[in-house]
Design a protein around this ligand. Structure first.
Ligand code: FAS
Ligand code: PHB
Length: 395
């Protein structure tokens, strides 16, 4: 062992969950070190989520990460659903919750988090390879990793597993303890980013050709997605084919307003629902994609990572400030209540808005009737809007 370090919380993963946890802990006098497998440039360049719940916006502002978001982010009363042959339907968060959604990309949030950590000399170790978690059920857990061909060790009080779906933390929980729940969807999303003025609203389109989504990052940065086959190859989708298919799935007047342009990023994301229980094992606590994945249809992935971090940071702060473990003991159960709510909404919206390979005419009629019911019932609209905007964090 060439070097041993000590901290209070060892955080595995430098994505939004890990960086935000480290930032909040620092702001409350709790030490942490972040171990990130990839380079900083790789982490910052990832293009992922784009829509923030009001609760996420409020938390980021409360912990000093709101200045650029409030300047560059774009508020929306809600998100629209467009459906061939039916009027535009708005999931109206503002009307039914009094709060608005925010379009502000995960890339920007990651940049803001790095800037905040840099400003206070936060410890983020990049290109940390072969991270391993040890003695998680003891009172003295530790983490090892290799960097520059040297094996390093970090002694800590707690480990936060914020290393995403493909990380090592979840796999450090014995199979006899961990239970997983999974649903794979028979399609994926093909996403494009273009330096073009976006369509003014965030819109989910349901069409017989498949689902499409219009979103944004800034007044000159548009984000669009179309449902595609699971085994789609990027090379099969040159820009002009993408734009043609996207417009074919939108109502004519919407398609006419879409400004096309060369893609600056294009990627395919599989859709799955996944939950790992419990989100704790001894001194290891999972947060974010390390513990759960949702299909992006409900724009919940990043927002769930933020709510996990809110609960977990509150728990660690209580331990070090008050020497109490009330929130630590309740973390997994409390976080999972919100996780399953987001899983259910994301699953429900995915089933409503996508065409499935084995659909029958009956399936399509049921979807149409679901939308007609939503359009007719203020109570149904209020229920959907409060779930889409995200329920308040539990106290
Ligand atoms: P992340 O996966 O973001 O971060 C985990 C970090 O841990 C990564 O930086 C990784 O390099 C690191 N890591 C992994 N293994 C490690 C190891 N062994 N040692 C050290 N570090 C390790 N959500 C939405 O709301 N809307 C979207 O449109 C959307 N699109 C997405 C598209 C894709 C392709 C993906 C994968 C996800 C998408 N998501 C979307 C969900 C996404 O935004 C996540 O919810 C969010 O990134 C969760 O953040 P983290 O939990 O920090 O996980
Ligand atoms: C995005 O802007 O990337 C986005 C918006 C809404 C979603 C998913 C992704 O449901």
């Amino acid at each position: 062992m060439s070097g041993v370090m000590r901290t209070q919380v060892a955080i595995i993963g430098g994505g939004p969950a890990g960086l935000l946890l480290s930032h909040i802990l620092h702001g409350n006098g709790v030490e942490s070190v972040v171990l990130e497998r990839r380079s900083r440039s790789h982490v910052v360049q990832r293009i992922r989520a784009g829509v923030l719940e009001p609760g996420t916006v409020e938390l980021l502002c409360k912990v000093g990460l709101g200045e650029r978001m409030m300047r560059e982010g774009h508020r929306h009363d809600g998100v629209a659903i467009r459906w061939t042959g039916r009027d535009r339907f708005l999931i109206d968060a503002k009307k039914y919750t009094g709060k608005r959604m925010m379009a502000y990309g995960q890339t920007a949030i990651t940049e803001d988090l790095y800037a905040a950590r840099d400003a206070v000399g936060g410890q983020i170790i990049h290109e940390a390879q072969n991270v391993q978690l040890h003695d998680l059920t003891s009172s003295e857990p530790f983490v090892t990793y290799s960097k520059d061909e040297q094996i390093q060790r970090i002694d800590c009080d707690y480990v936060a597993g914020c290393d995403g779906f493909h990380g090592v933390s979840r796999h450090s929980i014995p199979g006899s303890v961990l239970r997983t729940f999974e649903k794979q969807y028979p399609f994926a999303w093909l996403g494009i980013m273009s330096a073009t003025p976006p369509f003014p609203d965030i819109v989910y389109c349901h069409h017989e050709r498949g689902f499409a989504l219009a979103s944004m990052r800034s007044p000159m940065l548009s984000r669009y997605y179309i449902q595609c086959e699971v085994d789609t190859k990027l090379e099969e989708w040159p820009d002009e084919r993408f734009w043609r298919e996207l417009k074919a799935r939108c109502p004519e007047e919407m398609a006419a307003q879409i400004v096309t342009g060369p893609s600056i990023e294009k990627s395919i994301a599989p859709l799955r629902s996944f939950v790992a229980e419990p989100m704790r094992y001894g001194r290891l606590f999972l947060a974010g994609d390390a513990a759960h994945i949702v299909p992006p249809t409900g724009a919940k992935g990043l927002n769930l990572a933020v709510s996990d971090v809110y609960y977990l940071s509150r728990a660690f702060i209580e331990v070090y400030r008050e020497d109490r473990t009330r929130y630590l003991e309740s973390y997994s159960t409390m976080a999972l209540r919100r996780v399953w709510s987001a899983e259910r909404l994301s699953w429900w919206l995915t089933n409503l808005l996508h065409r499935f390979p084995n659909d029958t005419p009956f399936d399509e009629r049921i979807r149409e009737n679901q939308l007609d019911y939503l359009a007719a019932s203020k109570r149904a609209q209020a229920s959907l809007a409060e779930q889409y905007a995200g329920l308040p964090f539990e106290e």
